[in-house]
Ligand binder design. Structure first.
Ligand code: FAD
Length: 355
């Protein structure tokens, strides 16, 4: 049987198209493989391929993937960056081919809230159920929860725009979106658990606190965030990354060596993991200091010696923006790890809402 590869194409008129091809190639080198000739770039990401050609007047785009979600992500990623890089030119992008404009996002599911309870004083587990959840059990741990406005019984959800970006409901139907991690998933029953850190009456916290009353939310994803293939792992994060670290630890095989450093408020926020791997786990307690104000995590990462016996290593970290910057600098500049050997992500930024 012949493989069916989904494809979409677009032509984008721009002055100096080669300039934008260079910018796209530079940007996506951070996220995947980029093959270049003078006027052409081929971008290979986890979820698909984009081929971009520059002539004197336009960029010719071709996005490909094996599944609808992958194709939608490719179209979104390429269009979003062209629109950002060429914002003064106001480029018009209209994709033709697979994945029609106006249809539901292939990476969207409406989820029923089943239950919510605290698993520690500041961590609340919300259980959701949706249809057709297999795609959410692999290729990325993270999702966006789309919280409908209060008092709306039938929410409106985003649809696919002509340029590949989602078109969001506006006005009284406006959704609030927050990024979380799927902590547990059972694709057969369609059930997923999301562990939400409760703090300061924010939209995410309020949603989790009231989720025991039921209702529906939207969910888009999954996206990035997993640890690469290795023999030795350093996993470091604050409580927002605890669901991701727990999921990674629980799927690693018995021969994996894992050093985990996790910052939480105090002992009451510690969790246990159902892991088979060799695990050296230290909890770092802030003991009342505000989240995002200490260097506990950065110091702990710097205190871990890398293995010297040639094991394949992977460093994974998620935390507040200042810690993220310090840890990423250390991993890249001091340890000089390759892109394929680390993933260091800012999970939230002190004083800034994720709007
Ligand atoms: C890839 C990824 C995965 C994530 N997974 C999870 C997860 O599984 N569980 C989880 O709880 N979070 C997770 N986060 C973090 C979460 O998205 C942010 O904390 C988000 O800001 C929460 O939204 P909110 O409505 O509570 O606060 P916002 O409205 O975004 O922010 C309001 C205020 O609260 C502050 N704030 C935000 N988060 C915290 C915090 N944890 N502690 C103290 N102050 C904070 C902000 O700085 C801001 O001042 C993840 C983030 C990313 C990028």
């Amino acid at each position: 049987m012949q493989d069916i590869r989904l494809t979409a194409t677009a032509r984008v008129n721009l002055p100096t198209p080669i300039h934008y091809l260079n910018k796209l190639a530079d940007h996506f080198t951070e996220h995947g493989e980029v093959l270049r000739t003078e006027r052409k770039g081929q971008i290979e990401l986890d979820y698909g391929t984009a081929i971009i050609e520059a002539d004197d007047e336009c960029l010719l785009l071709r996005a490909e993937s094996d599944d609808e979600t992958g194709l939608a992500y490719m179209k979104f990623a390429i269009a979003n960056h062209i629109i950002e890089f060429a914002s003064k030119e106001e480029p018009k992008i209209k994709w033709a081919g697979d994945g029609a404009a106006g249809s539901p996002l292939p990476y969207f599911r409406q989820m029923q809230v089943l239950s919510a309870h605290n698993i520690s004083p500041k961590m609340r587990r919300v259980r959701l159920r949706g249809e057709n959840m297999h795609r959410f059990s692999h290729s990325g741990m993270h999702i966006r929860i789309l919280i409908p406005p209060a008092n709306i019984d039938v929410p409106q959800w985003p649809i696919t725009g002509e340029d590949g970006r989602p078109v969001w409901p506006e006005g009284e139907m406006k959704l609030t979106s927050r990024i979380y991690t799927i902590r547990n998933i059972d694709p057969e029953s369609g059930e997923v658990d999301i562990d939400v850190v409760i703090h300061d009456g924010t939209p995410g916290s309020e949603w989790a606190l009231n989720a025991d009353k039921g209702g529906v939310v939207g969910m888009t994803g999954p996206g990035g965030g997993d640890a690469g293939d290795a023999e030795w792992y350093l996993l470091a994060g604050d409580e927002t990354a605890l669901p991701a670290i727990g999921r990674i630890i629980e799927r690693l095989p018995s021969h994996a060596k894992v050093i985990a450093r996790i910052e939480v408020d105090d002992e009451a926020e510690e969790q246990s993991f159902n892991s088979q791997c060799f695990l050296d786990l230290q909890w770092l307690h802030r003991n009342g200091a505000e989240a995002g104000t200490t260097t506990l995590l950065e110091d702990a990462v710097k205190a871990v010696p890398l293995p010297s016996d040639g094991e394949r290593i992977f460093v994974w970290s998620g935390c507040e923006f200042d810690g993220f910057k310090a840890i990423r600098k250390y991993i890249r500049k001091d340890l000089k790890l390759e892109r394929t050997q680390h993933l260091v992500v800012s999970y939230w930024r002190r004083g800034v809402a994720d709007d």
